[in-house]
Design a protein around this ligand. Sequence first.
Ligand SMILES: N[C@@H](CCC(=O)N[C@@H](CS)C(=O)NCC(=O)O)C(=O)O
Length: 250
Amino acid sequence: MLTLYHYWSSVCSQKVRLCLAEKKLSFDSRHIDLFTFEHWKPFYRKINNKGVVPALDHDGKIIIESNVLLEYLEDKFPEIRLRPGDAYAAAQMRIWIFNSEEIAHTNVNTASHNPRHAVRLAQKPLSEEKIAQAAANCPNPIIAARFLHRHAHGVSDAEENQAYVALDYLLGMMEETLGATPWLAGRDYSLADIAMAPYVNRIEVLKRPEMVGAAKRPRLAAWWQKVQARPAFQEAFAFANPDKNDPIKR
Ligand SMILES: N[C@@H](CCC(=O)N[C@@H](CS)C(=O)NCC(=O)O)C(=O)O
């Protein structure tokens, strides 16, 4: 049995939901509300002591880290293949998975703070005491420090601009790759495309959607259309937000 601990619009959760949907695997859903700090509550700390989603429980065994989860699902459920058989193509796939962690994740997180995370937190303002308490419950000092810093100062224009510079660089590499092959790791859709799709989805709703538009990056835009047309994409991204008052809709 598969139980996924996830948040509806978290990019890392979307990655895993995409992989599960492509492989036609059903799962029990445990939605963890990041904006009421459920991911730092004692029950979830036992599941993922890094204080982040997602986490997967597979027959009582817990696996964390979205990119590790993608390969775990591929190894355990290989009937529908999402890793190229060819070693070179598999290496390309892993480079894109690595890029998704090294470049996409950090910078999308930075660029998402002011227009999304801060907006949500402002909906239900918390006393300074409650904020300090939430951070104290976070098991991961890196995340706790970032949370407190951003609560106090937000993300500066300089930090945001730097994040977009990094993302632009990454999207440029995608455009180049997609000039040579139809998918990121070669001729077949793979975990590489799954690892990158949620970030492209997010960039489209942030402040510089033109970065993924057809005028600037025609191959990337065509790839993005093909990704969205997949039934698994529709399924994974249709996961409804339980909080109907959330001002963020995608
Ligand atoms: N490397 C981790 C990153 C997980 C991560 O940062 N998850 C975000 C959502 S996409 C999260 O839970 N953030 C909570 C927080 O920063 O408080 C993975 O790929 O699973």
